[in-house]
Design a protein around this ligand. Structure first.
Ligand code: NAP
Length: 246
């Protein structure tokens, strides 16, 4: 393990959007960030983190594949010998009304949003248990708490993440490993880019802070939950939504 690296942070889905902002929020000389992605390129995140004074390596890993996830963590452990922080951020949406929802749209969302979190958390937890230290942060969504029409699959997965987080928090607490969820509201990324401008305006009028959230708003809370200042917080859901759900 490199002497300079004090902390190894793993972020799923770091190539774009909230995941990229999370990687950037961890940019500091003592931290080595590893992130994964499924299809697009990793260079931009790597470059931005390096420019901000940190170090990040992106690897193409499909988190729905147990084998690929194992290989990903073997690479990380081979390089740094530790996994201090895991941020389960990668997620997809396949929206549609329930009566028209295809089984594949249900399965794809569950595979990435829930099974992917299971694979990554299980694998990272083994390394954390050995070290008797770890911070697990799972990205849920405000709709996991409120529900949303047209998103039965996505909402079920995001509510599932909250239950999963609480179970894991209870299971790992005695080994000094915390697990928390962050539930973003409406954040401007590729995931929400398809929304018509009118729909975005209506959403913003329903947000008490009167603006969409930024990926950086979420990154800041993730960094806090990974820090020593959050050592006594576990099993919680932190909402980052401008007040749209209280
Ligand atoms: P995004 O811009 O669509 O980015 C999704 C990321 O997940 C990308 O890096 C993508 O990789 C990666 N990914 C997707 N499937 C994957 C797989 N099978 N294996 C590995 N990586 C995979 O989404 P975002 O808006 O930043 O959302 C990030 C998280 O926040 C998600 O969990 C989302 O549900 C949650 N969230 C978002 C909002 C919002 O308003 N945007 C609100 C609440 C919660 P590629 O680049 O290779 O496709």
């Amino acid at each position: 393990m490199s002497d300079q690296v004090r902390r190894t942070v793993v972020v799923t889905g770091g190539s774009r959007g909230i995941g990229r902002a999370i990687c950037l929020s961890f940019a500091d000389p003592d931290t080595k960030v590893f992130f994964n992605y499924s299809s697009t390129e990793a260079e931009e995140t790597e470059k931005l983190v390096a420019e901000a004074g940190g170090s990040a390596t992106g690897l193409r890993v499909d988190i729905t594949s147990e084998g690929e996830v194992k290989g990903f963590f073997e690479t990380i452990l081979g390089e740094t010998g530790q996994v201090d922080v895991l941020v389960n951020n990668a997620g997809i949406a396949r929206d549609g009304l329930l009566v028209r929802m295809k089984e594949k749209d249900w399965d794809d969302v569950m595979d990435v949003n829930l099974k992917g979190v299971f694979h990554c958390t299980k694998t990272a937890a083994k390394a954390m248990l050995k070290k008797r230290y770890g911070r697990i942060i799972n990205v849920s969504s405000v709709v996991g708490a409120t529900g949303n029409p047209g998103q039965a699959n996505y909402v079920a997965s995001k509510a599932g993440i909250i239950g999963f987080t609480k179970a894991v928090a209870r299971e790992l607490a005695s080994r000094n490993i915390t697990a928390n969820a962050v539930a973003p509201g409406f954040i401007e990324t590729d995931m929400t880019a398809f929304l018509p401008e009118n729909a975005k305006k209506v959403m913003i009028t329903n947000i008490p802070l009167r603006r969409a959230g930024t990926p950086e708003d979420v990154g800041a809370v993730v960094v806090f939950l990974a820090s020593e200042s959050a050592a006594y917080i576990t099993g919680q859901v932190i909402h980052v939504n401008g007040g749209m759900y209280m």
